[in-house]
Design a protein around this ligand. Structure first.
Ligand SMILES: NC(=O)c1ccc[n+]([C@@H]2O[C@H](COP(=O)([O-])OP(=O)(O)OC[C@H]3O[C@@H](n4cnc5c(N)ncnc54)[C@H](OP(=O)(O)O)[C@@H]3O)[C@@H](O)[C@H]2O)c1
Length: 240
């Protein structure tokens, strides 16, 4: 009997499950949709839509392949995202929606709250914080440990792992992307890039985190580059 056939492929397919068992956390995918110069919004905050229709449909498909999608309160407030799967026949695959909300800025008017009864929604806030939406039917609110930069990324992932999440996709914004990259908790990147230039007064895809030396920059291995009409989708894996 031969052992280890297609081991690498099997590990890749089961990465979420394996990380849950070995590290007690889900696999983390960071999804970004940027201009050629790496901006995710204009200086005025406009971000809909940077990429085209086919790229957006692909993003929904990738969403359906994750158990949870996560955004920061900045994105929740700026974009009021639905974070569902709007592909014919696949609506039921909508993942758990998670928002990081340390200062309790997420309010009643947002879709995340309005449709909480239809699609599971979890608000993570600081331990000991009394969130005003804590008692709202259909919503789950949970406190996790905090650091100076916000909710501790490892504590966020542990909270998701306790809920059975083995694959989470971070969908923004720039601050959340930076904290998870800095904590070396991004396993994969799906980067959609549109052939547009926004300029330096736009919003960089990843906020600064004080990196001084290139040798300390997290490196990713390019797995695939696909063309989706005018846009590109790069799929990358953390080089470990
Ligand atoms: N094109 C795209 O792919 C795309 C995707 C998403 C967003 N966007 C754009 O990005 C912009 C919003 O991004 P943003 O950087 O301002 O906000 P963000 O990253 O969505 O949210 C940041 C907020 O999340 C909360 N947070 C809690 N824990 C955190 C942690 N550990 N790390 C980071 N944040 C944490 C903090 O607020 P509290 O103190 O309240 O917890 C923080 O201010 C909008 O313009 C939106 O349109 C673009």
């Amino acid at each position: 009997m031969e052992l280890g056939l297609c081991e690498e492929e099997a590990r890749a397919v089961n990465e979420g499950f394996l990380l849950a068992k070995t590290a007690g956390r889900p696999m983390v995918t960071l999804k970004l949709a940027s201009s050629l110069d790496g901006e995710i919004a204009t200086g005025a905050g406009e971000s809909k839509w940077i990429t085209g229709e086919l790229a957006r449909r692909r993003a929904h498909l990738i969403r359906s392949q994750h158990d949870a999608v996560l955004v920061g309160s900045g994105t929740a407030l700026a974009d009021n995202p639905r974070l569902d799967v709007r592909l014919p026949g696949m609506e039921a695959l909508a993942p758990l929606r998670v928002v990081l909300d340390g200062r309790c800025r997420v309010g009643e008017a947002l879709d995340l709250v309005q449709r909480a009864g239809e699609q599971r929604t979890l608000i993570l806030t600081g331990e000991g914080t009394q969130h005003p939406l804590a008692e709202r039917p259909g919503l789950e609110v949970c406190g996790v440990a905090e650091t100076e930069e916000g909710l501790a990324p490892a504590a966020v992932l542990a909270a998701l792992a306790r809920r059975g999440v083995t694959r989470v996709m971070i969908e923004g914004g720039a601050e959340v992307a930076a904290t998870f990259l800095k904590a070396d908790l991004v396993d994969r990147i799906r980067w959609f890039r549109a052939p547009k230039v926004i300029g330096g007064d736009g919003r960089a895809a990843v906020s600064g985190w004080g990196l001084a030396h290139l040798i300390d920059a997290p490196r990713f291995t390019r797995l695939r580059v696909e063309r989706l009409e005018e846009d590109l989708l790069e799929s990358l894996r953390r080089a470990r």
